[in-house]
Design a binder for this molecule. Structure first.
Ligand SMILES: [Zn+2]
Length: 284
């Protein structure tokens, strides 16, 4: 079965991971900008990161016939530095018309602080003014419920926003209903520790149905499993769910959501030709 991983940080993964994903049926990935594991010192650090996301990762994924899409922002962890955040937000429009850019993300909250909320709202304003879609990170563990509530309140206060173009990610059992009832898309993240297991994600599909629901690995530089979406597919099959339901959640739903972005230049899998590998310019 073809599938799309709508949230994965491939800059932190190896080229061998792209190969494994391709062999398992992955035909597209979407990569939100995130925290590098350390705070970056300048807006130029982000400019180089955005070039990597919009130029090199597309080439690397193309060697395996995988389409690469991306989202741009300064993440909530670094939003405490309001001055730097504003410099980055002012620079983002330079990249918005690049092919494969789907919108602003992953913005959100981390410790639910005032500065995080200020920078979150400034990102949302940028997205609304430029007609971009939004991908949202919700906080971890004990911060998740209050943080998700704060985020939903801020979003529903903005009457300019088209809720069908906003994805609220890392939902769990205690937050998914609020996200869906408010009209947003919800993303479930399959992590070996915290967030959600494939079994819990399938429970949520059974409880809420497949409408406006996505599932991702959020593979990154920490303990994570880039091939987690196939584990979820297997769990759905074990429980006897139809192939059409599985395909809806792991393939058609991301296509429907992403198709609302002008940067979504997706080539259907039967028309993809992997680019030459390794191109001579990348020989080591
Ligand atoms: Zn992420």
């Amino acid at each position: 079965m073809y599938y799309i991983d709508p949230h994965i940080h491939m800059v932190s993964r190896t080229t061998d991971d792209y190969e494994s994903l391709a062999k398992m049926g992955c035909v597209a990935v979407s990569e939100p900008a995130f925290w590098a594991g350390f705070d970056r010192g300048s807006a130029d650090g982000f400019r180089d990161y955005f070039r990597q996301l919009t130029e090199f990762e597309q080439r690397r994924s193309g060697w395996y016939g995988i389409s690469h899409f991306t989202w741009l922002c300064i993440n909530a962890k670094e939003a405490e530095n309001v001055r730097l955040s504003r410099e980055v937000i002012a620079m983002i429009p330079e990249f918005l018309d690049k092919p494969g850019v789907l919108g602003i993300g992953e913005i959100g909250l981390n410790k639910n602080t005032k500065n995080e909320a200020i920078i979150f709202l400034e990102h949302v304003d940028l997205a609304v003014r430029t007609g971009e879609q939004i991908l949202i990170h919700t906080p971890h563990l004990e911060d998740k419920y209050p943080g998700t509530r704060m985020i939903l309140d801020m979003l529903t206060d903005d009457s300019r926003l088209d809720r069908g173009r906003v994805l609220v990610d890392h939902v769990e059992e205690h937050t998914i209903r609020h996200v869906l009832e408010d009209g947003f898309w919800a993303g479930m993240t399959l992590y070996p520790v915290s967030k959600c297991t494939p079994e819990r994600a399938v429970d949520m599909v059974e409880m809420y149905g497949p409408e406006r629901l996505l599932v991702n690995s959020a593979g990154d530089w920490g303990p994570s499993k880039p091939s987690a979406v196939p584990d979820f597919i297997l769990e759905l099959r074990k429980r006897g769910h139809s192939e059409s339901l599985i395909r809806r959640v792991v393939y058609e739903n991301p296509l429907t959501f992403f198709s609302q972005s002008r940067g979504f230049n997706f080539t259907p899998p039967d028309a993809v030709v992997a680019t030459e590998f390794p191109p001579s310019s990348f020989a080591r």
